[in-house]
Design a protein. Sequence first.
Length: 309
Amino acid sequence: MVNDLYDCIVIGAGPAGLSASLFLARYLRRTLTFHHNSPRNEYAHGVHGFLGHHGIGPAELLARGRDEVTSHGGLIIEACVTSVEKVSHQHFRVTAGGNGTEPQVFGAQRLVLATGLRDLTPDCPGFREFYGSSVHHCPDCDGYDVRGKRVAILAYDQNAAAFAAKLLTWTKHLTLLTDQNEISTADHAKLADLDVAVRTEAVVALEGDERARQLKRVFFSEGEPLECDALFFNLGTELAADFHETLGCRLDPDCGLLWVDKTQQTSVDGVYGAGDITPNSQLAVVAAAEGAMAAIHIHGSLIPKERRI
Ligand SMILES: Cc1cc2nc3c(=O)[nH]c(=O)nc-3n(C[C@H](O)[C@H](O)[C@H](O)COP(=O)(O)OP(=O)(O)OC[C@H]3O[C@@H](n4cnc5c(N)ncnc54)[C@H](O)[C@@H]3O)c2cc1C
């Protein structure tokens, strides 16, 4: 039975999944990777901080990654995984289909979940026009590019003040927009101490130079528009897929993301997790590193006992 199975199936072909697939292919492991479009950073104009590839277009990074995997013998199928199941120890069943094709069933001894996150995004007019260029969600990725600029911050949960304060690293011209939501009196006081302005009116539209994808101002339900050069938002994320539920993988109670151990293995034997779905920093380079780690340990776990010295 084991001979009919792939050594590993990787679900998701973002930086995490492709990095796992590349290492597994280089370990000569029979690896099948599912690539279904819409990686998390498809709107970004460039991947920042990926050493050696700083600023590369997200689509180009992934296209290069897919070429590297297939040129090492890895197999990539463009299809959406619709279900996963643990059949027995060392046997997982994965069903995939889409684009009008019949669902197909595949089996593997190990699984990598690398399906990423979805960002909850503002739904006001103008958002899509500037997202990834002058509207961002990740200070670690894009904070450097707003040095000294006028930045609006759309956030209103209990982390809103901390999120705003993070941007003080790069600029002191900050305005927090709470979009008619309440933030605590303590947070108001902290923000006042840090000289961060707060606007509480409903945000109704973003406007700017659409051709240059440059945000210029935010309009509110009442009051003057806010002139600004960039906007950061922090409205939360959700897991892009729920395979962890059917497999019984536990989530980290602090952040609600997929719990993994030091080898990237989840709480279910043989199921590994890598990339944004795990609790580490949500960066392409971290996702790629986690994919590589998962592959190293998957390979190690598949080495027969008699070859382990
Ligand atoms: C606008 C934006 C800008 C960013 N800028 C930067 C930056 O400058 N620098 C940086 O380091 N990071 C940046 N990031 C973060 C970075 O994109 C993520 O950390 C990285 O993409 C995570 O990689 P991943 O492989 O875990 O997930 P993803 O890249 O999201 O890939 C997951 C893949 O799994 C696929 N998938 C999901 N469900 C299924 C399914 N059922 N079947 C098959 N496939 C499935 C998805 O389609 C997707 O392709 C940015 C993110 C955003 C949103």
